[in-house]
Ligand binder design. Structure first.
Ligand SMILES: *Cc1c(COP(=O)(O)O)cnc(C)c1O
Length: 392
């Protein structure tokens, strides 16, 4: 293949993203120069660190339209999901507020596994189905609500198939019924404008490494008024983050996260348009030049960087392997890769086992070029044809 495209080409941005140079630049001084502990407020080292954390908190809160004291920094969205759900459940349990939670079958493992764990502790969880496009119906949420319901947890955009949930409508249902609403917005951040006031969100999980920030840092937004959300902490100790998350703050990571969120917010349109052009190009060509391809997820209401496609007759593991070493894609979600089990998300949208086992997730990013996507599309078409000729 004669091509001046640099390989390998990274098309797995739902799993993680590179750290933006500007983010690295802002983080660097906080490792070696301004290395103080923000809790040590009596001297200049601590004060500088504290100031940096405050700025990051301001940037995150500006991007999602909340107040600074409503942001709790965590080790990432897994912890944020755990803190939101386990924290709300334990508080409700301690105060006899109820023991029922509503979520959906297509949620991330960080939500589903916490819910399953809560079931073993006597909580009752409703796992709502989704339609063939991966959407939860707000009417189903309304119907599932009972007197004992304490929390609704529905992700803003799905990490496998990209489907966007009707967040605002769900927020309205939650408000009408006085139930807290948590959303895992990891994949939506940077592509969908998020306004926790307008969308009626009470708790929201976000992560830095999906938006060109460092790994191991994220946040949980916790509404402090109308209504005031109450949580039990997961980590007990020195009472950092208003007692909700003890542990010395990871200052460089938090600084990087703040910068990454600010950039994701400021460049939302530009980045969305760029990946949208690339995914549209890729899908149009795959659909035109290959028979029997299925786009999984919603045809329109999807985050613009996602294409989840089943190539009928081609095992996804074989396709991923044959795309090596030039093109990095995922068969299903990164968390289930390596196991033979079909994705729980694909199982929720269809009974067609071919779709489950022949699905590839392309996750594009801001730095992918048109040339890269042309090359990747050529390769996918070539290899799908080759593998189909072997098996037919
Ligand atoms: C990646 C991801 C997570 C986990 O985030 P971490 O910061 O890696 O813990 C949670 N939810 C969704 C939807 C994700 O895509």
């Amino acid at each position: 293949m004669t091509s001046d495209v640099d390989t390998p080409i990274y098309l797995d941005h739902h799993a993680t993203t590179p750290v933006d140079e500007k983010v690295v630049e802002e983080m660097t001084p906080y490792f070696t120069e301004s290395y103080g502990n923000p809790a040590s407020e009596d001297h200049i080292f601590g004060a500088k660190a504290k100031q940096a954390v405050n700025q990051a908190r301001e940037r995150v809160s500006e991007a999602i339209n909340c107040r600074e004291e409503e942001i709790i920094f965590t080790s990432g969205a897994t912890e944020s999901d755990n803190l939101a759900i386990r924290g709300a459940a334990d508080y409700a349990d301690d105060n006899d507020k109820g023991s029922h939670i509503i979520t959906a079958v297509t949620e991330h493992e960080a939500v589903l596994e916490v819910c399953e764990d809560l079931e073993t502790d006597g909580f009752d969880v409703t796992y709502l189905p989704v339609d063939e496009n991966g959407k939860v119906d707000p009417a189903d949420i309304q119907d599932a609500i009972r007197d004992e319901t304490i929390l609704i947890s529905i992700m803003a955009a799905n990490n496998e198939i990209g489907t966007i949930a009707p967040i605002k409508e769900i927020g309205e249902v939650a408000k009408e019924n006085e139930v807290f609403f948590h959303t895992d917005a990891v994949q939506a951040l940077g592509y969908l404008p998020i306004d926790v006031e307008e969308m009626g969100i009470d708790l929201m999980s976000i992560s830095a490494h999906k938006i060109y920030g460092p790994k191991g840092v994220g946040a949980l937004y916790v509404r402090r008024r109308n209504p005031k959300v109450k949580l039990n902490p997961l980590l007990h100790g020195g009472g950092h983050e208003r007692g909700w998350r003890s542990g010395t703050l990871n200052v460089p990571a938090i600084v990087g996260f703040g910068k990454a969120v600010q950039m994701a917010d400021q460049k939302l349109e530009e980045r969305s348009q760029h990946v949208d052009e690339l995914t549209s190009y890729m899908w149009d060509r795959l659909n035109d030049e290959l028979d029997d391809v299925v786009l999984n997820g919603h045809p329109e209401d999807r985050i613009p960087n996602n294409l989840n496609i089943s190539f009928t007759g081609v095992e996804n593991k074989a396709l991923v392997k044959n795309l090596q070493p030039d093109i990095a894609v995922s068969a299903g979600s990164a968390c289930t890769t390596g196991t033979v089990e079909a994705s729980h998300v694909l199982q929720a949208i269809t009974d067609d086992e071919e779709v489950w086992h022949h699905a590839i997730r392309f996750g594009l990013g801001k730095d992918n070029t048109r040339e890269e996507i042309e090359y990747a599309t050529d390769e996918v078409i070539k290899i799908v044809n080759r593998l189909r000729n072997l098996t037919f």
